[in-house]
Design a protein around this ligand. Sequence first.
Ligand code: SF4
Ligand code: SF4
Length: 247
Amino acid sequence: MKVKRKIIQIDEEKCTGCGQCVVACAEGAIRIVDGKARVISDNLCDGLGACIGECPEDALHIIEREADEFDEKAVEKHLESQHKPEPPATMPCGCPSAQIQTFAAATPCQAANQPTATGAPGAALSHWPIQIRLVPPTAPFLKGADLLVAADCAPAAFPRFHSELLPGRAVMIGCPKFDDRKDYVEKFAQVFRTAGLKSITCLIMEVPCCAGLPVILREAMQASGVTVPMEVITVSARGEIIERRKY
Ligand code: SF4
Ligand code: SF4
């Protein structure tokens, strides 16, 4: 039933599609569609504005208008269907788990003289976040990047992850077995449409479930209509490269 009530409004002109509001909305009411934030369905938005403070572009405002009533049951159903984790990635305590950060690479001289408190020697990670679910498709570090997509277990098994694979690459990690496959295809399709990637290196383990990751990437290329050159590197549990295959 429609009632006059408070609800979120998104200013598309200002929205850059960074995805911070998606992470902030515990109801899962917002999704990035074609590079812009959209309310999926009015009945999922409680109108309390928890997302507003997360928007760096001042694109979110609460307005009053005719809309379907907020429906908690619909929210529960929606979250279940999304396999969306609760509580949201941005915790009420303010933990910045999904806040975008980039780290400048150290020059050889800086690296040689760097105190360990400002970055472990050899650490080559250049940005945050890195989880596939948390990286917004329009993150600045993805623009024109060489992208490393690694299965969650692979960095633990492959000792040369920081020295050989991370330098010069943006990275997204995730598990094709435990996470939602459809969400991954959708996320990567958005990345491919908006980021203008130069290449993809996909690092997986030799176990069968890991083989799903390159399949997801190829499906996302099909869905987006964008083809990016890809190399798949398979490593053993003992950290040896078993196969390198180019697509
Ligand atoms: S107002 Fe609340 S429910 Fe509506 S989109 Fe923002 S965070 Fe989600
Ligand atoms: S946080 Fe703001 S700019 Fe970013 S996607 Fe949401 S509405 Fe758009």
